[in-house]
Design a protein around this ligand. Structure first.
Ligand code: GAP
Length: 438
């Protein structure tokens, strides 16, 4: 198989495949698109959901020390005043005096990428928060913000979760959901957009244990990407220098993926100290602390935060899975996605549209649907249908042919090897379920 790094235009190939096969569409396309926003199509919604479910499974379901929440997106300015976002959540903005384009100063090298002019304004701080109004009156009293991160929802609900779950540090609160940032230059497809999804977890720990837990989460998170198929030579951890740290962080490391344009961030893992809980306690007047009844000790926990992007990570999985190879003298495109991420896990394919085959194929589909996400396709030749399924990453195709009418068995074809085995219909669901298990 050809390695992904061999495609210089890999991003374009993924953008084309995404559009052609229904992963990701440019938003408002019939109106010419809308400012680097994207809509997730029938396959994209499945893949993105699988990424988020895999994260939730590893961060919440398989643990007894992490619980979930789903906080409001539309949020009070008081949250963002306390968190420091209204004052600090800015990027340096420069204008080109020649063509009037605007750029992020730290992402360009002294000249305008549009016209090449070096006549740029001095950088000024541009706040990335999306401001709106809650209610029918537009004035200072009704200002609201779309959240720029899911994290603050966990901090402001710290006492609610603590008292309702009776957890004690170390414990975590996880959330998956949309965040919004008025990015100056969205770029690279869904890598940087103004509307995106995050998967974040705030892990509250006794202050003396913060460093140990920081390193624990670095390892855990690396393991998650590797387990789901990101190649080890395309993944690394990069520790931030002191001058790069956010205003709340004592230590941060990024999980980086080797994108076609170079190493770039998938996730930030930070030791946020007690900054956020103390800031919200000071601004709200509420006590945000843990009281240990056994020891009589009262303290503000430190927070270790693994903060990942769901949409960005989905793009990394697509890039890492893309292959082109040749089978039976025919070129094919394959997405070698882990079966846990693949939009469809099984495609049920009647060999032809013959009246006798379709009812039996539907019977097979009915057996498989409870154990796997299935596609059902009766159009075109069987070879073309295999190619179509390979291209969207379906790990198994189940073909119902004329012999199936006699022997009540089907052919199961594997995406990566193209190997085919004959399986009795009454065992096919069990067989597929077993092969899908990690
Ligand atoms: N609570 C900490 C926090 O939000 P961040 O590094 O700003 O940290 C975490 O964001 C992750 O969210 C990033 O690593 C990235 O994967 C994703 N992300 C941030 N901004 C994004 C954007 N404009 N488009 C897509 N994903 C984004």
């Amino acid at each position: 198989m050809t390695e992904p790094a061999q495609y210089p235009d890999l991003v374009d190939r993924i953008v084309n495949l995404s559009k052609r096969r229904g992963f990701i569409f440019p938003s408002a396309e019939i109106y010419g698109g809308f400012r680097s926003t994207y809509d997730y199509g029938p396959l994209g919604v499945l893949l993105l959901r699988n990424v988020k479910d895999a994260w939730w499974r590893s961060m919440v379901q398989l643990r007894d020390d992490v619980v979930g929440i789903d906080a409001a997106i539309l949020s009070s300015p008081r949250i963002w005043e306390a968190s420091g976002h209204l004052a600090n959540f800015t990027d340096p903005l420069v204008d080109c005096r020649n063509c009037h384009e605007r750029w992020r100063a730290d992402k360009i090298e002294g000249t305008c990428p549009n016209c090449g002019s070096a006549d740029l304004t001095e950088p000024r701080a541009f706040n990335l928060m999306f401001k709106t109004y809650a209610g029918p009156v537009e004035d200072e009293a009704t200002v609201a913000y779309l959240r720029p991160e899911t994290a603050q929802g966990m901090f402001v609900n710290f006492m609610n979760v603590l008292t309702t779950t009776r957890k004690k540090p170390p414990f975590g609160i996880a959330q998956v959901g949309k965040s919004f940032r008025n990015e100056i230059t969205p770029q690279n497809f869904v890598f940087r957009t103004r509307e995106f999804e995050q998967m974040e977890m705030e892990y509250f720990v006794p202050p003396a244990e913060a460093d140990t837990w920081f390193h624990y989460w670095l390892e855990e998170r690396m393991r998650w990407y590797l387990d789901l198929g990101i190649p080890a030579d395309q993944l690394r951890l990069r520790h931030h220098d002191a001058d790069e740290l956010s205003h709340y962080s004592a230590a941060t490391a990024d999980v980086e993926f080797l994108f076609p344009w170079g190493w770039d961030e998938l996730e930030g893992i930070a030791n946020r100290t007690d900054y956020d809980l103390k800031a919200h306690a000071a601004h709200s007047g509420e006590r945000l602390e843990y009281f240990d009844q056994a020891s009589g000790e009262r303290y503000v926990p430190y927070v270790i935060e693994p903060a990942a992007g769901a949409t960005r990570t989905m793009m990394a999985f697509l890039l890492a899975a893309y292959r082109e190879d040749e089978v039976g003298g025919e070129r094919r495109t394959v997405l070698a996605l882990d079966p846990r991420l693949a939009p469809y896990q099984v495609a049920v394919l009647p060999l032809s549209k013959n009246d006798a085959l379709v009812p039996l194929s539907r019977e097979v589909l009915g057996l498989l649907q409870p154990v796997a996400v299935c596609d059902f396709d009766v159009t075109q030749s069987i070879g073309r249908r295999y190619r179509r399924q390979d291209e969207v990453g379906t790990p198994f195709c189940v073909t119902v042919d004329f012999e199936s009418l006699e022997d009540r068995a089907v052919t199961v074809r594997h995406r990566d090897t193209t190997e085919q085995v004959r399986v009795p219909i009454d065992r096919v669901a069990q067989e597929i379920a077993q092969r899908l298990r990690p």
